[in-house]
Every structure is written in C-alpha cells, then in structure tokens.
Design a binder for this molecule. Sequence first.
Ligand SMILES: Nc1nc2c(ncn2[C@@H]2O[C@H](COP(=O)(O)OP(=O)(O)OP(=O)(O)O)[C@@H](O)[C@H]2O)c(=O)[nH]1
Ligand SMILES: [Mg+2]
Length: 248
Amino acid sequence: MKDSKLVIIPTYNEAENITDLIPQVMALGGGFEVLVIDDQSPDGTSALVKGIQSSYPGRVHLRVREGKQGLGTAYIEGFIYALQRGYEYIFEMDADFSHNPKDLVRLFNACSIEGYDMAVGSRYITGVNVVNWPMGRVLMSFFASKYVQFITGIPVKDTTAGFICYRARVLGHIDLEKIKFIGYAFQIEMKFTAWKMGFKVKEVPIIFTDRTKGTSKMSKHIFREAVIGVIYMKLKSLFKPYRKVSQT
Ligand SMILES: Nc1nc2c(ncn2[C@@H]2O[C@H](COP(=O)(O)OP(=O)(O)OP(=O)(O)O)[C@@H](O)[C@H]2O)c(=O)[nH]1
Ligand SMILES: [Mg+2]
C-alpha cells in the first residue's frame, strides 16, 4: 500500500458529471482509486456509480449516507475510511469538473516527489485562474481568501480550495472528530490545522473551471459559516495547543 491513492468525491445530485469523471480518474495511470460519498442524491447518482464499479474492479468505492449532510462530514467519513484501509495519499476533489482530473497527478507529485505533506490546488498563485465564473463570484472568492489570510495569518493563498492531496500522516495527526464545519469553513480549518501542526503545505497552481452541468450547492448558510467560523477558529486557536508534528 506504499503508493496507494484514494480520491474522495462527495456528491449531491451529480448524475450528469459522475459517469464522465470516474473513467477520467481511472485512466490517469498510477492506480488511483475513487471513493464516492453520496448523500442519497435524488437524481440517482449512487446507482450510476454502482453501475460502473464492475468496469474497474476494486477501484471504485461507494458510501451512501442518509440524506444531505454537508461536504465537511462527507470528507471526514472519507478520511476515516482511507486511514482505516491504509491509503497513503488521500485526495479531495469536486464531482463537477471544476477540478481537472489530470491535476491529481501534479498534486500527487508535489507530495511524493517534492516531499510535501499536503498539496493544495490553488487558483490564486498567479492572479486568479478561474474560468467562467461571473466577476462577482471571482471577486468574492478572492477577497474571501484575503480575509482568511488577514484573520488567521496562514501563508496559503487559496484557503477555500477543495482540491487537495494529503499524506496519510496529516489526516492521522488531526483530531478529525473535532472538525465540525461543513462548507468553505471546513476547507479553511483543515489547512489552518495542518499548518499550525507544522506540516509542509505546497500550493500547486491550477485552473478552476465553473461547472457546466448540474447545479451548485453553495448556500448563504455555508458563506455565513465561513465568515464567522474563521474568527471563531482563530480565537479558539489562541487557547488551544496544537500537537506539533516532528519534521525529520
Ligand atoms: N455528499 C455530499 N456532497 C456534497 C454536498 N454538498 C455539496 N457536495 C458536493 O461537493 C462538491 C462541491 O460542491 P459544489 O456544489 O460544486 O460547490 P461549489 O463548487 O462551491 O459551487 P459550484 O461550483 O458553483 O456548484 C460537489 O461534488 C458536490 O456534489 C453534501 O451535502 N453532501
Ligand atoms: Mg463546484
């Protein structure tokens, strides 16, 4: 299992994307496996996943949960699944093709060849690399990241990014039960915690493309959670000792 790779893909109504996406990940080479965490999507996403499992024996895994429970808890469940089974490289990726599957290899290389503990697919290394977002959303996302950097001091430009490769030791070191956020705040908290613990985080520039199929699940609640959650997280961190990882 030394180089084993698991790409966790949370889905809610991604029937139009998932059957195109999984074959592209399977075709990358390097033995990527996929774990879809579906929240009983009414559009039948999970049945489609089941339908293609036999084309890739042992490489496409599926967990179906009861009802929509949010992105953060889906990832926590996926992380625990991956750690229990001994995967060494554990990825986060959206199902809607905003993240180019080919970039999985670049994230993997940053960890496996360059030796980073965590690689983040970042939109903001060189300007703003976002395709097809309305200007309002580009600006909101960009300034949201500046806001997070200002409050937390974290040296990561794209703090809300959800395209990530973790070495297993990062997820093993974080107390996953304590991560409670569900939306963008979840993404911020994972990076903040890894950085505070002393893990080496690399930002890999990616081009992020807005979804062309299916519908967005972003909500006012998720936005509010991030704005308030960042301040809460920072204040809490002032009183909480982070268990540092020893870098050797
Ligand atoms: N299992 C599960 N997956 C979810 C949930 N909410 C969102 N997702 C998935 O998480 C990924 C990101 O969600 P998106 O709706 O693309 O959110 P976004 O990227 O902020 O917004 P858009 O790109 O505009 O749609 C997608 O694969 C969704 O299907 C949820 O409650 N449960
Ligand atoms: Mg999306």
